[in-house]
Design a protein around this ligand. Structure first.
Ligand code: KIV
Ligand code: ZN
Length: 513
């Protein structure tokens, strides 16, 4: 059996299914470039048949990425599969990932299909996909809760039809490590042609065991592909976290005996990019990528680490990319230096005018903040005023007055489809007054689900504040992110960005719908 563990990243597909995490094509491309730098083996770029937007994003990623295989999800029907193949046409290496549910509950209640119908549809789907692409993955959705004999029958048939990877999803996060590992091993032992495919694990984190289950699938079950997302992003409690699984296999090579091709120094930059793009903040005590993951607060620990770092450290912070947080630019940096840093960060400006707008924003920021970090640049290019033509709602200016004992008042000037509007309101605090000022005019009817502020770079009150606002309206949930050294301005930007997303027409078919 191979000793290489394939890392399959699904941040842009399963991760993006998380309510509020939806990304634009440009954002997805930026993340795909970072995943390529991270050297993931497979990037699941989206679900091409779910919407025109997803199709375009998968196509753009397939046309751009050279070093990783680019994959699209497709339900087990000819239309979805043909659409995936079309989106992937420009890829150096492409994979079609087709799936259908196989658990009694999903077949009866969701699909309203008999097991024989599901068996036939799975077989035909893989046959059709193999005619379009040599690399085909098949997933029995809710596989872990499926009856083992039926699952064996389906999987044997799809391997016969040419499926090259068999992925066993724990779709609802119900598995426990030992049982999941044994489940994969039993399948591989019972299915006569199991050695013709690579076995893969795909675990959700509802009981907090996604990483442990995935590792058990590898160690006990013999799987050689792990499906995972940056920061464990994903619906509900998320997916298996890439950074944890990779560092576990690397750090405990003595136990797992496997190789991964990941450039671990790109882990923290990838984590930051995903969190800044989606507004899903990483908890400080999160393994590997949390702000405290390498911080030793207790005197005993600090003393030990200073004497010999392996007294309390099993990984080196710089090996996962913590040292990349360097001052890159300042007030005197020119347009070329700025452009070069954007290129190094994998950020491509679509036009000269977009580059000029971003550079003007950079100069404005450098006047107010002496040290500009990579995170500041990533936040800056995500700013709606850099790409005003793409944003329905954009901030022009904000003034507010607050004083101890007084009710704060805010006046916000903003554009809707390029036309200027002014809103004014009082509020409990300056942030509340600013949001009410926008709402006095927009009257969106949206419900605020989340408001959070984070310092983009740690250790200084000079840092930009990054605000995430989650809104819900008409069954949709969106996240808006805004950054500025002034957190009231950052809040207004985040609110306007959320309104833009709320009012953009996204018609998408849910993968598991
Ligand atoms: O969790 C799941 O079952 C999935 C499949 C579509 C692979 O994401
Ligand atoms: Zn999933």
């Amino acid at each position: 059996m191979s000793d290489k563990l394939i890392i399959f990243d699904t941040t842009l597909r399963d991760g993006e299914q998380s309510p509020g995490a939806s990304m634009t094509k440009e954002e997805k491309l930026r993340i795909a470039r970072q995943l390529e730098r991270l050297r993931v083996d497979v990037i699941e770029a989206g679900f091409a048949a779910s919407s025109n937007g997803d199709f375009e994003a998968v196509k753009a990623i397939a046309d751009t990425i050279k070093d990783s295989t680019v994959c699209s999800l497709a339900r087990a029907n000819d239309r979805d599969i043909a659409r995936a193949a079309e989106a992937l046409r420009g890829a150096q290496r492409a994979r079609i990932h087709t799936f259908i549910a196989t658990s009694p509950l999903h077949m009866e209640k969701k699909l309203r299909m008999t097991p024989d119908q599901v068996y036939e549809q799975a077989r035909l789907a893989v046959r059709f996909a193999r005619n379009l692409c040599p690399d085909v993955e098949f997933s029995p959705e809710d596989g872990y809760r499926s009856e083992i004999d039926f699952l064996c029958r389906v999987l044997e048939a799809v391997i016969d039809e040419g499926a090259t990877t068999i992925n066993i999803p724990d779709t609802v996060g119900y598995a426990v490590p030992e049982l999941y590992g044994n489940f994969i091993r039993t399948l591989r032992e019972k299915i006569p042609n199991s050695d013709k495919a690579v076995w893969s694990v795909h675990c959700h984190n509802d009981l907090g065991m996604a990483v442990a289950n995935s590792l058990a699938g590898v160690k006990i079950g013999g799987a050689r592909q792990v499906e995972c997302t940056i920061n464990g992003l994903g619906e509900r409690a998320g997916n298996c976290a890439l950074e944890e699984v990779v560092m576990a296999v690397k750090t405990r090579r003595d136990y797992f005996g496997l190789e991964v091709g990941i450039d671990t120094t790109q882990i923290v930059p990838a984590s930051r990019l995903v969190s800044q793009t989606t507004g899903f903040v990483v908890q400080p005590n999160k393994a590997v990528v949390g702000a405290n993951a390498f911080a030793h607060a207790s005197g005993i620990h600090q003393d030990g680490v200073l004497k010999a770092r392996d007294t309390y450290e099993i990984m080196r912070a710089e090996d996962v990319g913590w040292s990349t947080n360097k001052i890159v630019l300042g007030k005197l940096s020119g347009r070329n230096a700025f452009k070069q840093r954007l290129q190094e960060l994998g950020i491509v400006m679509e036009s000269e005018s977009e580059l000029n707008a971003a550079f003007a924003k950079f100069k404005e920021l450098a006047d107010r903040k002496a040290e500009i970090f990579d995170e500041d640049i990533i936040a800056l290019v995500g700013d709606e005023s850099v790409t005003p033509e793409k944003e329905r709602y954009a901030l022009v200016s904000l003034s507010q007055h607050s004083e101890t004992g007084e009710r704060p008042h805010a006046r916000v000037v903003f554009t809707i489809d390029g036309k200027e509007h002014v809103g004014e309101a009082d509020g409990n605090g300056p942030v509340d007054a600013s949001i009410k000022a926008i709402e006095s005019h927009v009257q969106s009817g949206a419900e605020l689900l989340l408001y959070s502020v984070n310092a983009i770079t740690s250790g200084s009150t000079e840092s930009q504040g990054e605000v995430t606002i989650r809104l819900q309206h008409g069954g949709r949930v969106v996240n808006g992110v805004g950054a500025d050294p002034d957190i009231v301005v950052a809040s207004a930007k985040a609110y306007l960005s959320a309104l833009t997303k709320l009012h953009s027409q996204v018609e998408r078919v849910a993968a598991q719908g």
